[in-house]
Design a protein around this ligand. Structure first.
Ligand code: SF4
Length: 249
């Protein structure tokens, strides 16, 4: 089964910088019957990008579409046929590398486009060699993700960059993540026409909407994201309203 895709509008911004992001979209939270987001909150589930763009276009009277069905199929494969899933992933990454070389682009990979799976835990075979995880199997290539899971064992994986995601009710984890050196992705309820706040939680804010290339971000920042889609109506606390902007409004 083909697992990776490109074409997300924000990812396309990376092309200008020479990077081609390939994303794995699984079904988030427990949509497939298997939980892919152990730290999901009510707010993030309601605002999840799973239904952004074509993933959220349903024919009248229907509540699913081919994109959602494919995400569910892939997720079920991950949980019930792990070896074949990992083999498909290896093949897809190899294909992505070939495609990118032809286009003179650097392929980069985001495996948790709409999930939060600790991929560092899963062994994989590439060219007959057993690797402890997919990142080691493709050690020359950059991977990156957002996560809400603290304590993932990734510090010795130099080609995997993680940004911690703030949400409703995970303030304690955010504080610990800052202490552990993570950048914090935060969705702000401000209009795209307004600038990001200069600071949030005592940290400088970096505009994370200019590209999706999180591994290039400066360290020690809040990665600010403008609320999009359903997040614009969030009242759960998932979307944050920086005091500075409220004063200005
Ligand atoms: S953890 Fe991320 S992928 Fe999972 S439901 Fe929340 S926003 Fe969606």
């Amino acid at each position: 089964m083909k697992l990776l895709s490109t074409g997300n509008p924000k990812v396309l911004k990376g092309l200008k910088e020479g990077f081609n992001t390939y994303i794995l979209h699984l079904a988030p939270a427990s949509l497939s019957g298997h939980n892919t987001c152990p730290k999901a909150t009510e707010g993030c589930k309601a605002a999840c990008l799973n239904t952004a763009g074509r993933g959220g276009m349903f024919k009248k009277g229907e509540n699913t579409n081919t994109i959602q069905k494919a995400r569910i199929r892939k997720t079920i494969q991950f949980f019930t046929a792990r070896e074949s899933f990992m083999q498909d992933l290896v093949k897809d990454i190899e294909l992505a590398i070939k495609q990118s070389i032809k286009k003179n682009l650097i392929p980069v990979f985001r495996l948790n486009g709409t999930s939060d799976i600790s991929f560092e835990k899963y062994e994989v075979v590439r060219n007959g060699v057993l690797y402890r995880n997919i990142f080691d199997a493709f050690a020359d290539y950059q991977f990156y993700d957002y996560t809400k899971i603290l304590g993932r064992k990734v510090t010795d994986i130099s080609n995997y960059s993680l940004t911690f995601s703030a949400a409703d009710g995970n303030d304690n984890d955010v504080a610990k993540a800052i202490n552990q050196g993570y950048n914090i992705a935060t969705v702000f309820g401000i209009k795209k026409t307004l600038p990001m706040p200069e600071e949030y939680m005592g940290l400088p804010v970096f505009n994370g909407d200019e590209s999706d290339l999180r591994f290039l971000d400066p360290k020690g920042v809040v990665v600010g994201l403008y609320a999009k889609g359903k997040a614009k109506k969030d009242e759960s606390g998932f979307v944050k309203y920086p005091t500075i902007m409220l004063k200005a409004a």
